[in-house]
Design a protein around this ligand. Sequence first.
Ligand SMILES: Cc1cc2nc3c(=O)[nH]c(=O)nc-3n(C[C@H](O)[C@H](O)[C@H](O)COP(=O)(O)O)c2cc1C
Length: 376
Amino acid sequence: MCASPAPLQLGPLSVWPPVVLAPMAGVTNVAYRTLCRRHGGGLYVSEMVGARALVERDPKSDLKAAFAPDEDPRSIQLYAIDPEDVRGAVELLVAEERVDHIDLNFGCPAPKVTRHGGGAVLPWRTALYAAIVDAAVRAAGDVPVTVKLRLGIDDDHLTYLEAGRVAADLGVAAVALHARTAEQRYGPPADWSHITQLVEAVDVPVLGNGDVWEAHDALRMVDETGCAGVVVGRGCLGRPWLFRDLQAAFDGRPVPAAPDLGEVVDLVAEHARLMVHWYGADVGLREMRKHTSWYLQGFPVGGALRRELNQVSSLDQLDALLASVDRAIPFDEGVRRNARGHTTPPKKVTLPQGWLDTREHDAPLPALAGTVVSGG
Ligand SMILES: Cc1cc2nc3c(=O)[nH]c(=O)nc-3n(C[C@H](O)[C@H](O)[C@H](O)COP(=O)(O)O)c2cc1C
């Protein structure tokens, strides 16, 4: 196909390189985005924020919706099961000039929400899905809105082509597609041929998502599918320098060598400082643990150090432990494509009774479907 990459155009936003940090609950908070942004250009999406909670001014949601003073553009992902909630949240964000881009999450496969008709199974209910997207687009005015979809419920119930077309007709600026069904979770490789099909089906930019582990995967995805941009999830966990590599690759420059352990522990220290700055030592360092294990994946630092790092309660303690490593140890190329974050194998999707019998359900979804869970 040999598409030549161009800046990603989302309404008034022009994004170069055409790279998007995938919204990841519990990960893509303001601290992590700050670290990632330092490495390259792109659009860096917040972790998922519940629309209802935002309207209710829940302090935890406000913190999830926080941006660094120099963050530009400011991109938020909302999760909603009700048009009124999403309208309220978008109106509030726009009136207070808090964001430059809004993404809507229709990809969560967690049984906790799918069993009530929320998340990745919601687009099955065409009218409700359309009402949510429409409410967001209308309330957003000039702020571009995108939707993030999975392929559908399972191989026999694919919804992405219709959901993509509906969203495009309603005025979204782009459609992002995680090329797995809800049933597939994170098991099989993403099937990029569906990204190609969506590109052919809609007249808005398509953002391809699934299995971009290295910069060359992104170029290959653009080339093979014709997508307008790539959404990068697990590939950057513990590897924020992937955005430096992506910048180089899209600029046509050689991709720099992976950092050695010395550079990696410097990133751990920097990331931890950002976490403590935004969330305080208790929460910040506790939340940092999973990141530290991702950063150190493949480095032979020993179980004892890993355990101690898991228990640090201050930055001084962290610095002292990090100072003990051999900084010259090179990055282990063998772990480059190891899945991190989510590795859940396929599992039958839990659905409300009678869900697949019709797409015309008209009762509102129960509030439990709107529970914000970690996942997408
Ligand atoms: C820890 C974690 C949390 C996630 N949370 C969300 C989320 O809140 N919203 C969402 O749309 N997708 C979420 N996802 C899915 C990612 O955005 C992305 O679609 C998925 O990881 C596939 O891309 P990848 O193969 O590049 O990882 C999450 C993924 C991970 C690993």
